[in-house]
Write a protein of this length. Sequence first.
Length: 411
Amino acid sequence: MRIIIFTCIVLLSFSCKNKSGTTSRISEYDSDKFFEINLENAFKNKQAIPLSKIASNVEYIVLETKDDCMVRPVVRYYFTDSLIFISNFDHILKFSRNGKFIQRIGTSGRGPGEIDLIRNLSFLPDLQTLVVQKNYQRELLFFSFTGELIKTLNYEPHIENFKILPNNNFLTYESGASGTEEVMFCLMNEKWDTLSIIHNYKKWTSTPGSIQLMIGYPVFEPYYFSQNKYHLKSMYNDTVYKIISDKIEPEYYINLGKYKLPDELRPERLGVSQIQKFRNEGHYYYFANAFEASQKIFIGAFNYSESESPKYMIYDKFEKECILLNNNNNNLTGFVNDWDSGIDFWPIGQLNNNQLFMPITPLQLKKLISEKNSDNNEIINPERKNKLLNLISSMDETDNPVLMVVTLKQN
C-alpha cells in the first residue's frame, strides 16, 4: 500500500497582454456570440508549447492500490475539493483527494439495486449524489456520496444516454446509430415535460435485410461542465451546444473540413456487409472531443481507424487562434513537459475551471523516464525531476494510475 502526493509550485508574475498590447482582454470575447474553430487550418498550425507556459502548479496523485480498488483501463473521473470518484465499469470507487481509497459504491449484478454496467454516471456534488444509468435494465440508481442507495427510477428503454442535471432536469443523448432517431439531445424537467430539443437531421433508411453495426468510441464524451453550465456535442454533429435557462443553444462549431467523415462512410450506416469500405477509407478522417477551462478549449481529434496518432489542439477564445501541439522533435503530443521532464501533458478533463488532469499508468512513467535518462538531454529542473524519479521508483508497474493535475495560470 502506498499513498504518495507531492506538489511543485512556482510563483510567477506575468502580463496577459493581448495583440493590441492592452491588459484588458474581456472586451475581445463575447460569450454569447457563436463562433467557429477551423481544425483543417489548425492541423497546419503546429507549435511546441511548454507546460510551464500554461501551468502555475503541477501535482501528482497516486491512487492507492488494493485488490478491491483496482482501476480499469477505461473509466471516468469526477472530483470535489476533497474526493475523487471513478466510474469503474460496474461499481464506483471513492478516493480521498490525496489518493487514499475510501470505499466501493454499488454492487455488481442484475438484481434490484445492483449494477450490471454503468452506461453513464451523473455527478451531482451540490446534492452529494451519484446517479448510475444501468445498461441491461433501464433503471437509474441514485446513490449518496457515502454509498447508500437512495432511490431507483425507471426510464424509457429507447434512451441511449441519460444525464441528470444539478437542477433535477433530465438530458438525453442519442448518437444516431440506428438512423431512425428524431432527436440528438432532449432536455426535460423532472415531470418528463420536454423543455428543449436538438433534432437529428442525419436519418437514413437501412437496406432491406441488412444488419446494422453498432460502433462505440470509448474516448468520446458528449458532455462537459464548464462556466457553471453543461455543454453538449454529438458524435457526428460538430456543433457544440450549451444549456442556458432550460434551453439548448448552439455555442460554437468545430469545423473538420476535409477531415470530417462523410455520412455515407459512417460504419453504422454501412452495416456489417460493407464495413470493409469503412476500414479502407476511414483512416483519412477524424472525430473531435472538446472541453473548456479558463477560457481555453481543449480539442482532441481522433482517427477513425486508429492508424494515426490523436491530434491535440488548444483554442484561445480571446486570441481566436487554434494551435496543433507538437514537441521539440516535431512529433504530435501534448504540452512539452519542461516542468519535471516527465510525460508530456494532455488533459482528458478538468477538476474545476482552473485545474486539468491526465491519468498515467506506472508502466508509462517507468518506460518514459527510462527513455529520457538514456537520451542525455539537459535536465531543466533537477529538483522536480528528482521528486518525480523518487515517485516512480516507489511504484510497481501494476499499481493504480497516477493523476497528473495541472493548475492553469490565471489570464
